[in-house]
Design a protein around this ligand. Structure first.
Ligand SMILES: [Fe+2]
Length: 288
């Protein structure tokens, strides 16, 4: 075991860390790359960064959850830093930084909790202390003024780091309220693992997807988002698939003794765990 054991957490810590740590940036209209949950998938992360640069992305952002699920969690940190990826904290990062005893993903199903705990323990023990301190210093939100528009990047939602915003379960009126109350014209999140977008009179919403695991569609590819901010202030999101060496990641996961269920997801593209959080509409599209 490489690190101190996580200390116990109280349930009322769920909202701790919100409302602080906002990084404010001003950028010219440009092409931005938004990378969602990495879940220790260092191969897909490197692939997505290279792809975004090939496509001319001028600034790269990661919306948090660097660890979980995959192998060798320490590998993602140098990739992010060496490539100048502006990174904000997700719930997983916040839990690791604060030494909490779980990822606060909000599972209630005993089987999901079993796998979540295995994964969290594995990641906690293999994340070096200095990287936990780095995670603890990450902003919770990034605000970008560009092309006369206000972009807000966060992990789950602007009001709660571990809130799931699913396409089928998020009413237009709720998104309009988020745009209004959080002073933004475009809002980008991750956390659910499945990308989606919606354009409304009050703003653009984008769930940028995740790099860490496929999105339960029967293919091993993962996704990130390019956001083009044009000089006229229009904002155009494009979902970009990342084909990476998933067989190599699966081999690393097996060698590390990670659960076969996780490896199966990487190889087949179907989720085998954490299905309880899916609303019925998203679940009906899937195999299990
Ligand atoms: Fe998350």
């Amino acid at each position: 075991m490489n690190g101190a054991a996580p200390r116990s957490s109280a349930r009322d810590e769920a909202a701790a860390g919100e409302g602080r740590g906002v990084l404010a940036l001003r950028l010219p209209p440009s092409r931005l790359a938004l990378l969602g949950g990495v879940y220790s998938n260092h191969i897909a992360l490197a692939g997505a960064i290279a792809d975004a640069r090939r496509r001319g992305a001028q600034a790269l952002f990661c919306l948090g959850d660097l660890g979980a699920f995959g192998p060798h969690p320490a590998l993602v940190f140098p990739i992010l830093r060496e490539n100048g990826v502006v990174t904000l904290a997700g719930n997983y990062d916040d839990s690791l930084a604060r030494g909490l005893d779980d990822c606060r993903c909000g599972y209630t199903d005993p089987r999901d909790n079993h796998f979540a705990r295995l994964s969290y323990r594995y990641t906690f023990e293999r994340t070096p202390a200095e990287e936990k301190r780095w995670l603890g210093a990450l902003p919770r939100q990034v605000r970008i003024e560009t092309g006369g528009r206000r972009l807000l990047l966060c992990h789950g939602s602007p009001r709660r780091m571990n809130e799931f915003l699913w396409e089928s379960a998020t009413p237009d009126a709720f998104l309009e309220k988020l745009f209004r109350e959080h002073d933004c014209d475009a809002l980008a999140v991750t956390h659910t693992g499945i990308k989606w977008r919606r354009e409304l009179p009050g703003g653009l919403f984008v769930n940028v997807g995740v790099l860490g695991r496929p999105e339960n569609d029967g293919t091993p590819r993962v996704w990130y988002t390019i956001l083009d901010v044009h000089p006229d202030g229009s904002i155009e999101p494009t979902f970009v698939p990342v084909e990476y060496d998933h067989a190599a990641l699966a081999r690393e996961m097996r060698a590390e003794g990670l659960p076969d269920e996780f490896v199966e997801t990487i190889e087949t593209g179907w989720w085998t765990t954490c299905l309880e959080v899916l609303p019925s509409k998203e679940r009906m599209r899937a195999k299990w």
